[in-house]
Design a protein around this ligand. Structure first.
Ligand SMILES: [Zn+2]
Length: 282
């Protein structure tokens, strides 16, 4: 019997020396989280912010200039608590981890909701290239360290009242005593920080380590114009003689002709495809 595409990917996983995963918002959307949408989830969770500030998506809220820290942290603590703290990993993410468990792997993602580590991925092998909801840093950048924020987020989310956080619960910079912010890319300085440069070096080390090896590149829900994740992965697929490039996307599978021979495109719901691969016998 001829192999279907899921069995083929399963086989590629088994044969690979290493797996490099790239993921962007298409993977989050498949999990029900759409940063850009004024959808039911946003309206149910942020209806009050929608009315009060005219914010119509998570992304708009993330870049909104709130008049006070009490309001800013009301938005962020609610978002981070509901998306990244008080949640169980989805079947899709657990299955994604099952695909790479026991293999050498590395993940590069622009998704900020921190949905890889809870599913089993080693945090040091996940590079959140645009930051993540579960880390915070000094708002004015007096120093570069980032801090886990789950405890502060939980305290604030539980104490939020009418879109305000009590001033006593606002997180403060341990160095300058100033305000804190979620550690997400807002401008170029983010990418120049030592923290980011160190992760980037680890990513490059992984790529170097598996040069000339059977490298399997799995790319999930990355738009075809994406420069930060997709372009480097396509270039790597072209340069590495034994690489295989698999791109999962709903309605937007893009494979350049130079790498068509070593590529597999999987169109349709990403979660359904991941589940089908896990359930297929290679
Ligand atoms: Zn500071």
């Amino acid at each position: 019997m001829e192999k279907n595409v899921y069995q083929l990917v399963r086989e590629k996983i088994a044969q690979a020396d290493a797996i490099l995963m790239g993921a962007s918002n298409g993977l989050s959307i498949s999990e029900g989280f759409n940063l850009f949408a004024d959808d039911r989830w946003f309206q149910e969770n942020f209806g009050d912010f929608r009315t009060k500030y005219g914010i119509h998506s998570v992304l708009q809220g993330a870049f909104f200039q709130f008049p006070s820290q009490e309001e800013k942290w009301a938005f962020w603590s609610r978002l981070v608590y509901r998306k990244s703290v008080d949640v169980q990993p989805s079947r899709m993410m657990l299955n994604l981890y099952r695909l790479v468990a026991g293999k050498a792997y590395y993940v590069v993602t622009s998704n900020g909701e921190d949905h890889f580590a809870p599913a089993g991925f080693a945090p040091e092998q996940v590079f959140e290239i645009e930051g993540k909801f579960t880390e915070m840093c000094c708002e004015r950048g007096c120093h570069e360290a980032v801090y886990p924020n789950q405890e502060a987020i939980t305290r604030m989310a539980n104490a939020e009242k009418d879109g305000l956080i009590p001033a006593a619960l606002l997180p403060k910079c341990p160095h300058c005593g100033g305000d804190m912010k979620i550690h997400m890319a807002a401008d170029q300085s983010f990418f120049q920080s030592a923290v980011w440069q160190r992760k980037q070096a680890e990513y490059q080390n992984f790529v170097r380590k598996y040069h000339n090896k059977k490298l399997l590149i799995l790319e999930f829900g990355v738009g075809w114009r994406n420069q930060l994740i997709k372009r480097p992965l396509m270039e790597l697929a072209a340069a590495e003689p034994y690489a295989t490039y698999v791109t999962f996307n709903k309605g937007e599978v893009f494979i350049p002709p130079e790498i068509a021979e070593k590529s597999i495109g999987i169109d349709g719901d990403i979660g359904a495809a991941i589940n089908a691969i896990v359930e297929s016998v290679g």
